[in-house]
Design a protein around this ligand. Sequence first.
Ligand SMILES: *Cc1c(COP(=O)(O)O)cnc(C)c1O
Length: 459
Amino acid sequence: MEKKRSWAEPYKIKMVEPVFMTTEKHRIEALEEAGYNTFLLKSEDVYIDLLTDSGTSAMSDRQWAGLMMGDEAYAGSRNFYHLEETIRKYYSYKYVVPTHQGRGAEHIISKILIKEGDYIPGNMYFTTTKLHQELAGGKFVDIVIDEAHDPECLHKFKGDTDLKKLEALIDKVGAGKIPYVSIATTVNMAGGQPISLGNLKALRKLTNKHGIKIIHDMTRVAENAFMIQQNEDEYKDKCIAEIVYEICSLTDGATMSSKKDAMVNIGGFLAVNDPEIFDKARNMVVIYEGLHTYGGMAGRDMEALAIGIKESVQDDHIRARVGQVFYLGEKLLAMGIPIVKPIGTHGIFLNAKKFLPHIRQDEFPAQTLAAEIYIDSGVRSMERGIVSAGRNKETGEHNYPSLELVRLTIPRRVYTQAHMDVIAESVQRVYERRDSIRGLKMVYEPEYLRFFQARFKKL
Ligand SMILES: *Cc1c(COP(=O)(O)O)cnc(C)c1O
């Protein structure tokens, strides 16, 4: 067998940002003050921040140089045209409306395409995407394959849609009530799991037959493309840029949070091919975001984004990015820690139900685990379980998701292999004392997206 080669980074470090090392006593106090919610911790109290990969990546020297090229004209900034040209070239979409971030684009497309009483099938939900679909009058229907809900299942493309589930929905409500299928690359809530091109092509065929659009949540499309290159035979000799382009070409439009794949700190866009939808989006963006040639973004930020998009589809970049995540995941697996398998592309998801089997789901095992890891080492992670799943709109009960996870999300180009070792050791330490850990009770609950601001107390 060929010896496994290292995934090392295709860059060197030019500038560093000091971070704070804290004592356990300090962390216990900080966490109590934050109501046991890692979202409410101050960043200064965090050593290694794995809360999210959103807006936390390191920009390249090229991107920083791009900031200096900002054309801050109110209308017609040259950076907008550069961004538009880049999106056409790498993502295939014809028309672009910049937004302040991904949810700005979700808001606009949901309002344009969804009517009261419509159904929006998707390959598992994402928090903001689903909320905007519901606020526009739609109902989200999960059509991801069953395997996605099983954290032990080794299916290589757990983001795939189950076409039978979609056909059943079409039979039940009629294609006229389904404006589009919402497809995410990769599926965040399933653990960063990719969709295959084979599945997407079959979905395209079926949706074409019924006149249903596909709207692409393309937040991590390059990472998804990498998994296709690695695991879908037909694509093993294609480069990432080609695969990304093909994925996008199979869809009718996209919402993008450029804070992920595209390695900028803020920004996003809506991109479509239909001139009529574009016209509506351009009308709407001036109400909610800003003029159509900047939306929610400064000129300089559009420039950094255009450069980031190009960097994000380089094979060397994406191999190192996903390679680092796999390095951490494989280390945790070797330690016997229960994580979602197979390893996803943007982070490691700890299976809190298995990690803390003695804590009932309504005592928030994942929230508890995130808190304990922070106390151990100052590593900040986040809950993706019952708190994130919110309540049932009709009954007011908690939704009980089958996945109760803690996400260790790795920012791009930010941390080193030594940081990955520290993270793994901390998780192992908490695992060793898991039997003594007790759950939490919720003492404050916001109405929307409660995971951001809910507060807890120790049981
Ligand atoms: C982050 C994210 C969004 C929302 O984007 P924001 O930029 O945070 O508004 C939508 N979908 C997925 C899959 C995401 O990860």
